[in-house]
Design a protein around this ligand. Structure first.
Ligand SMILES: Nc1ncnc2c1ncn2[C@@H]1O[C@H](COP(=O)(O)OP(=O)(O)OP(=O)(O)O)[C@@H](O)[C@H]1O
Ligand SMILES: [Mg+2]
Length: 236
């Protein structure tokens, strides 16, 4: 049994079908990436997994538990965390307050340890822990959003375009952090427009096109596939 099993998932916004019956697995310990162009349904898929949208059809099983009617906050306490598209940090709260919110679902008192781990990973957050998060740059807010998701000690971390709007250097840093997280035992479902960077890290990748999975394979397979190279890597 995979940690996450998605079967025949259909998600609609009113009459618009954004996800049209997709199935995929995320095995424990893997980095799985979803790539696809604008509007393909990547964010919709992640929002459905974390309970923010209800699917019209299909099933989601996380560590053997059926999720489709479990509320979002319970899904967090089951071990799934979501670093959303566009960061969605709380701008008036400080960096540290934002991070501590990420641990709200936990009952144990070890959040200080986790805060230290996040600060080790992203020293800029430690240096500026008392600053309002809204004063951070885009890349810094992205680190904060990832750090906040990590504070719940997720088994599965959903990352929605963590490299969006980042400089090449910052993007490298985020991607190497994703690899470090996996090495530390976190399973990751990564959504990226930057197909090259994502597929280099991924154990398995799925290509979404207008709500359907049109291609899947290992990271190296997709990186060298003609279709992916033409459509997503801008090669002739
Ligand atoms: N709240 C909404 N109401 C109506 N339609 C929506 C809503 N959110 C998304 N959609 C539509 O659903 C489809 C999938 O959108 P989604 O945000 O999942 O795409 P995406 O793959 O994440 O794209 P991007 O790479 O641009 O972030 C699009 O056609 C979009 O216009
Ligand atoms: Mg999106």
């Amino acid at each position: 049994m995979a940690l996450l099993e998605v079967r025949d998932l259909v998600v609609s916004y009113g009459k618009i079908r954004a996800v049209k019956g997709i199935s995929f697995d995320v095995e424990e310990g893997q980095i799985v990436c979803l790539i696809g162009t604008n509007g393909a349904g990547k964010t919709t898929t992640l929002r459905t997994l974390s309970g923010l949208i209800r699917p019209a059809k299909g099933s989601i099983s996380f560590d053997g538990t059926a999720l489709t009617s479990v509320p979002a906050h319970k899904i967090v306490s089951l071990g799934m965390a979501h670093s959303p598209e566009g960061r969605r940090i709380f701008p008036r709260m400080t960096v540290e307050e934002n991070l501590r919110l990420g641990a709200y679902s936990r009952r144990d008192k070890e959040t200080d340890d986790d805060l230290r781990k996040v600060f080790d990973l992203f020293p800029v957050l430690a240096e500026r822990r008392s600053q309002p998060a809204g004063t951070f740059s885009g890349g810094e807010q992205q680190m904060l959003a990832m750090g906040r998701a990590m504070m719940s000690r997720p088994r599965l971390l959903l990352l929605d375009e963590p490299s969006m709007g980042l400089s090449p250097l910052m993007m490298k840093k985020i991607m190497s952090t994703v690899a470090d997280l996996r090495a530390g035992g976190t399973t990751i479902l990564l959504v990226e427009q930057n197909a090259q960077a994502a597929l280099k890290l991924a154990d398995v990748g799925y290509v979404l096109e207008v709500g359907k999975i049109v291609l899947s394979g290992t990271g190296p397979e997709l990186l060298t596939s003609d279709e992916v190279r033409k459509a997503y890597l801008g090669e002739d």
